[in-house]
Each structure stands twice: as C-alpha cells, then as structure tokens.
Ligand binder design. Sequence first.
Ligand SMILES: NC(=O)c1ccc[n+]([C@@H]2O[C@H](COP(=O)([O-])OP(=O)(O)OC[C@H]3O[C@@H](n4cnc5c(N)ncnc54)[C@H](OP(=O)(O)O)[C@@H]3O)[C@@H](O)[C@H]2O)c1
Length: 239
Amino acid sequence: MTKTALITGAAKRVGKGLALHLAAQGWNIAIHYNTSADDAIILQDELKSSFPNQKFELFSADLNVTSEVENLIPQVIRKMGSVDLLINNASVFDRGDFADTTTEFLDRQMNVNFRAPFILIRNFAQLAKEGTIINFVDTRIVNNKSNFAAYSLSKKALWELTKMTALELGPKIRVNAIAPGLTLPPEEKGDDYLWKLAENIAMKRPGGLEPILKSLDYILNNDYLTGQLLFCDGGENLG
Ligand SMILES: NC(=O)c1ccc[n+]([C@@H]2O[C@H](COP(=O)([O-])OP(=O)(O)OC[C@H]3O[C@@H](n4cnc5c(N)ncnc54)[C@H](OP(=O)(O)O)[C@@H]3O)[C@@H](O)[C@H]2O)c1
C-alpha cells in the first residue's frame, strides 16, 4: 500500500520541496497549509498531474489554534486512510530580543513551533501507532544569541522533545530532527542576503534545499536512526 506523509506548512518553500521530493518517491502527500491556500492548490494540481496514481489532499489548520491542531491527524487518517510519516516543518520565525518579547509574541512562537508539533507527535503515536517523525529545528539551537529569543527557545524545546519522544516511542516510531542553516532567504529578502551571511560559515555559501532533501532520504533509509539531529548548515553550528 502506498504510504502517506503529512507535511505541515507544505504549500511553499521548504515544505513544497519536501512534498515534491517525497511524491517522486511514491508517497501520498497530506498537504497542510494555513494562509497559503492558493499555493497549496497549485501544488496539489502539480502533484496530481505528475503522479496520477497517488493521493494528494489538502488540510487547512492554524497551528496557533489548539482545536485545529488536535483535529489534523484524525482528519488526515480519515481522508487518506493512514499516516506513516509526519514532518513538522511549519514555523514562525520572528525577530525579537528577550527583553522585547511580549507574552503574546512568546505564545505564538511556542504554539506554532513547539506546542503544535508536541500535539501532532502525541496524536500520531496514539492513532498511527507506527512510522517516522521528522522535526525541523534550526542550527541556532546550539547558540545562546537572543536576537530571535522566542523562536530559538521554541526550536531548542522541539529538539529536546525529539530526543524524549524517540526514547518513549521506539521501536515502532522513530523521531529525528533536521537543523537547517542558510537555506532559503526570508520571503522579503533576496539571495544576496544569505550569501552575505555565508561569509561567516565554513562552506561560504548557502545550502538551498538539496542538503535537506539528502538528510530526509538518509533518515528514511536508515531504520536504526532515532533521536538524532542532522545539521544541514554548512558548518554554521561550529561557531
Ligand atoms: N529557510 C531557512 O533558511 C531555514 C533556516 C533554518 C531553519 N529553517 C526551518 O525549516 C523549516 C522550513 O523553513 P521555511 O523557511 O520553508 O519556513 P517558512 O516559510 O517560514 O514557514 C513554513 C510554513 O509554516 C506555516 N505556518 C506559519 N504559521 C503557521 C500557523 N499559525 N499555522 C499553520 N502553519 C503555519 C506557513 O504556512 P502558510 O503559508 O500556509 O500560512 C508557512 O508557509 C522551518 O521549520 C524553519 O524554522 C529554515
């Protein structure tokens, strides 16, 4: 039976790249989106015409709203028949020093980047019972810079959750994390923004999607790997 991957934030950017890559390997894709309905529909149409024998369904949910998060895995199972791979890719990435972080701002970063993956992983464990989970964190989790204080803390927490759940949910469920570095520029910035930042890292260039897709394949193909973090950051984590 064809397996199903649920990718959060799949309508564009990294999430879209993951969807196209997995579909080409024969996966059915549950395309989760929040505000990018038009992009999600375009992706669904593209996937359906390239891979007519696979299933591609759309699932809308605001990961800042508990009831919508709670409903996501049950809806995917109802519509797709099963879910075998959960990729927690959706994220908010907002700048703010610790001292400037309001409670509302903190809640939004934690809700989307940590609390929603927590609920999705728990529901996956209870309802899907076996499979693979991949959490997108960030190379920033190794440092203590506070310019994205709430974002960085939400991703540090997600990495801790990765290890904790890998221990509890094995051997039926493997849980690993990918830590991207300079991958795609923020939507309002161009490539030169990343190239400038890349002057400070070992590989001296942004990585784009390819290292992430290779890490995804590595995790999927290595069924003894759990609780691990793969940096896709050209050495940025080294300092
Ligand atoms: N891009 C990079 O260079 C980079 C670097 C380090 C780490 N990462 C990590 O890699 C992953 C993918 O990066 P990216 O740049 O592709 O991410 P992104 O474009 O910033 O966000 C991906 C998606 O998250 C969804 N999202 C945001 N708020 C949401 C909410 N309240 N409810 C539901 N979905 C929500 C959005 O969906 P809609 O558009 O449908 O609203 C968005 O398209 C993220 O986890 C990010 O932290 C990326």
